[in-house]
Design a protein around this ligand. Structure first.
Ligand SMILES: NC(=O)c1ccc[n+]([C@@H]2O[C@H](COP(=O)([O-])OP(=O)(O)OC[C@H]3O[C@@H](n4cnc5c(N)ncnc54)[C@H](OP(=O)(O)O)[C@@H]3O)[C@@H](O)[C@H]2O)c1
Length: 334
């Protein structure tokens, strides 16, 4: 396992971290399998775990707590998240701090998470959604600073809304966050434009989430893929969206070299970027843990291959002015 510096905290974290949403809230999760997978990852050197209160209303945190107690001799970094008070994902542009993260709500959920995890202090607390305009409300920054000075958290971060990497650049530049969590994968390359340079400048750690685009970049989806009722992936990969997803995935297959698998390719794309401190694939099975952690020791992709992958970028969020312009140019050229 390779380790990278986690921004200005100076922590050395495994470049393959652990995403814990699935085991807390997706259908098909089996606790015994999830716990065995977590243990396998620790044995293979993984030391960074990303969970959230909302992943099963504390369930994912409790699983992590169990594993932490079994591995008390090892330094394992725990990152969790405060859910927005109004339970809105993503945060609306019109949402206020009072609706989303009033200081008392942040304190309440830090206490809940500490209890679920069985810890006295958290390595990293992240706000689970974000709007840069909240920076103007000093109460938010004060609440997070207070948590740090109380010793209940060591570092603070924000988790940016899906496909809105531009909506976090101001927070990074303002200097109050130690980390940002952002969707970054072969399809979603937008954070490279503004967010990563800002993080580099301010020494803010980047957590690259959703490395497999929620599963499409594992190459395991088909035209018939569907999930039990209530599983959110039925919406993300709805029958209307699946054909385009699959054709974009198929377009990547000719680029695979020397027995490389698609998941390996997807992770190595992310790890080829030194702006990333860690990426956090969601994993509930030992075979996936073993395969993903093996990507850590592999070489980065060649500049030629990275250049080729630029053509596979997928602009799915039209809110930013840059994206709007690019999409218009693309449509015009088609
Ligand atoms: N707003 C936020 O802050 C936010 C939002 C989304 C995600 N996240 C974080 O980011 C993490 C990662 O995202 P994600 O879990 O949503 O999606 P993901 O990592 O893109 O994909 C997870 C899916 O890939 C499968 N998988 C993993 N490794 C595989 C392999 N080697 N071969 C085949 N399949 C493989 C997993 O299967 P199994 O589960 O069956 O092993 C799961 O179905 C989350 O767990 C969470 O910690 C945060």
């Amino acid at each position: 396992m390779n380790y990278r510096r986690f921004g200005r905290t100076g922590w050395q974290v495994s470049d393959i971290g652990y995403g814990m949403w699935g085991m807390g809230a997706w259908t098909g999760s089996v606790d015994a399998e999830s716990l065995a997978s977590l243990q396998c990852a620790i044995d293979l050197g993984c030391n960074f775990f990303d969970t959230a209160w909302v992943y099963g209303n504390g369930h994912s945190e409790k699983l992590l707590g169990e594993v932490l107690r079994k591995n008390s001799g090892k330094k394992l970094y725990v990152a969790t998240k405060v859910p927005p008070k109004n339970r809105e994902w993503p945060a609306r542009t019109s949402a206020t701090v009072d609706e989303s993260y009033p200081p008392a709500h942040i304190e309440e959920y830090v206490e809940k998470s500490l209890q679920n995890l069985g810890l006295q202090s958290l390595d990293l607390i992240q706000l689970h959604t974000w709007q840069d305009k909240w920076l103007t409300d000093r109460r938010l920054i004060s609440a997070l600073e207070k948590l740090k000075s109380s010793g209940k958290v060591r570092a603070v971060g924000i988790s940016l809304n899906r496909w809105e990497p531009f909506n976090g650049v101001q927070a990074v530049r303002a200097g109050f966050v130690d980390s940002v969590q952002v969707v970054y994968n072969i399809f979603d390359q937008n954070p490279e434009e503004e967010l990563f340079p800002a993080c580099r400048e301010k020494d803010v750690a980047v957590i690259a989430r959703v490395p497999f685009d929620e599963g499409s970049l594992t190459g395991t989806l088909t035209r018939d893929s569907k999930w039990p009722e209530g599983d959110w992936r039925n919406t993300y990969f709805s029958p209307a969206k699946l054909p385009e997803v699959l054709s974009r995935v198929d377009a990547l297959r000719p680029l695979l070299r020397d027995g490389m698998t698609l998941p390996d390719f997807a992770l190595r794309f992310i790890l080829s970027n030194s702006d990333v401190a860690t990426t956090i694939p969601g994993m509930r099975k030992i075979r996936n843990v073993e395969a993903n952690i093996a990507a850590s020791g592999q070489s980065v992709l060649s500049p030629d291959l990275i250049a080729e992958l630029r053509k596979h970028r997928w602009l799915r969020q039209l809110h930013s002015p840059q994206n709007k312009l690019k999409e218009l140019v693309k449509r015009f050229l088609r």
